[in-house]
Design a protein around this ligand. Structure first.
Ligand code: GLU
Length: 482
């Protein structure tokens, strides 16, 4: 059997981390099996589906490296096929029109609740007489289409993650609505559980891999496969993603969409790497791998049944591992958007001579790309306000002379390379007969305006190439002399 899997997002919001993780598992399985991975946009909910969400989903999946072999298919373009299949069930007597008004249905639910019964449709229009149907039609009542569910049936499947699962027909809520209300012989808009079955069969999907929240839909769908004469696929329901408190990750956790993670400064490689570990583990406990490497190792026996706790520390660690390995030329374009958003006037085309050393210098300190804003602020403006600690340093004995000596020395030896900075520092240390530490601390205070920050020698070279070092030293000299 050739393996064909799909991710089937509904474009009712930006690409959700749960959907992205499901996409990753589908992709890993497809690549592991040499099968196909399809993208299907489930946009039949016309009120909640928006084209901008479709764009966001498509773009987000691409960004994560989830290349698909077929699609995107759009359910909104396939309505004729669904209506045709609804008609098949009507013709076979496996589905029927039900004419209750919304008020009648709520009254039914309320009566059940009053009797402390679970709400369900009581199948009362399954057996309407031709006369009753005629009178509803004559009254112009719209009808939904319901699929008959046998209460006595037991529906079983062997879930690739959860093992044997079984449901009783009587727990499925009565005959299910498969198409919205319409009048006369029209078929109204077909609904999720129905169209997903028609599509998965039509697209020859061999394995339905989706979130655990769909487990309750699977028995209904299995009954529909059978009724339509389709082969039932394999199912794998992947564990939910939980927050650190063990509850389902939700909007309240601040981040839910792939966009949010992207804006926070996670790279696509790190995020997709981390998502492979949300519910799956490699046989040798390896944690850092490309999607291709993970695909070679992936199997459902190593997917957990229990919810997968979102571990920020691990995601940060993985992200930092990726960032620390990036060569400066690769890293720079990843940092530029954050610097630009922070208002720094860095230009990747004209400023490469100092931007590349800057990227190389801060790369090993980054956990998230966004950290470059904090680490880059020393280089954003010609002058820096001096922190209290820097002022203390600048006003110590001997510092004014030291800074004057540095200003004189760089007149001879501009600090264009790390070796220039080292030679200026050694020269001034020697000529003043002071400790090197005093010169280093004073330079840090003068050039960076603070006693903490990135490597001093590398920073100085960057400031010099940027044309800022002389001005900063002059301002520091004024503070030191005051
Ligand atoms: N459109 C459904 C969702 O976004 C797809 C569920 C499925 O994979 O069957 O949850």
């Amino acid at each position: 059997m050739s393996v064909r899997v799909r991710i089937a997002p509904s474009p009712t919001g930006n690409l959700h981390i749960g959907t992205a993780r499901t996409a990753v598992f589908n992709w890993l399985f497809a690549r592991n099996q040499g099968g196909q991975f399809l993208l299907r946009i489930e946009d039949t909910d016309l009120e909640r589906s928006k084209p901008e969400y479709t764009d966001n989903i498509v773009e987000g999946l691409k960004w994560l490296g989830m290349d698909w072999d077929e699609g995107p298919f759009y359910q909104s373009q396939r309505l004729d096929l669904y209506r045709e299949k609804v008609q098949v069930l009507l013709d076979k007597g496996l589905a029927y029109r039900a004419y209750e008004t919304p008020e009648e249905l709520s009254a039914m639910r309320e009566a059940q609740q009053a009797r402390k019964q679970a709400p369900r449709y009581n199948n009362q229009h399954r057996t309407l007489t031709p006369e009753q149907i005629e009178s509803f039609e004559a009254a112009g009542r719209p009808a939904v289409i319901r699929f008959k569910i046998d209460d006595e049936r037991e529906i079983k499947w062997h879930d690739l993650v959860r093992g044997p699962v079984s449901w009783k027909g009587q727990d499925l809520g009565g005959d299910m609505v498969i198409a919205r209300a319409s009048s006369g012989s029209d078929v109204g808009q077909p609904l999720y559980n129905f169209v997903v079955v028609v599509d998965d069969a039509d697209m020859a999907i061999s394995h339905v891999i989706r979130g655990e929240d769909h487990v309750g839909n699977t028995p209904k769908q299995i009954l529909l496969y059978e009724a339509l004469g389709f082969t039932v696929p394999e199912f794998a329901h992947t564990p939910l993603i939980l927050n650190e408190q063990g509850a389902k990750l939700s909007k309240r956790d601040g981040v839910t969409s792939v966009n949010d993670f992207r804006e926070m400064g996670f790279t696509a490689e790190a995020l997709s790497n981390y998502m492979t570990l949300l519910g799956w583990s490699a046989p040798d406990a390896q944690e850092l791998f490309s999607l291709e490497e993970a695909a070679k190792l992936f199997s459902f026996d190593r997917v957990n049944k229990a919810g997968a706790k979102f571990d920020w520390d691990k995601l940060d660690w993985i992200n930092s591992q990726y960032l620390h390995e990036q060569p400066a030329a690769e890293l720079l374009p990843m940092l530029m958007p954050y610097w630009q958003a922070a208002g720094y006037d860095f230009d990747a085309d004209t400023d490469k001579d100092w931007l590349l050393p800057l990227a190389a210098m801060i790369g090993p300190s980054l956990t998230r790309l966004k950290d470059c804003v904090e680490l880059g602020h020393f280089f954003a403006t010609p002058t820096m306000a001096f922190s209290e600690k820097a002022k203390d340093q600048l006003t110590q004995a001997g510092v004014a002379e030291a800074i004057e000596a540095v200003i004189a020395a760089i007149g001879e030896t501009p600090v264009n390379e790390p070796a220039d900075a080292k030679s200026v520092i050694n020269q001034v240390t020697k000529s003043l007969g002071v400790k090197k530490g005093l010169i280093m601390r004073s330079l840090r205070a003068a050039l960076m305006g603070d006693m903490q920050g990135p490597d001093l020698v590398e920073s100085w070279v960057i400031l010099h190439r940027r044309g800022f070092d002389q001005q900063r030293l002059a301002e520091a000299a004024a503070v030191a002399a005051s």
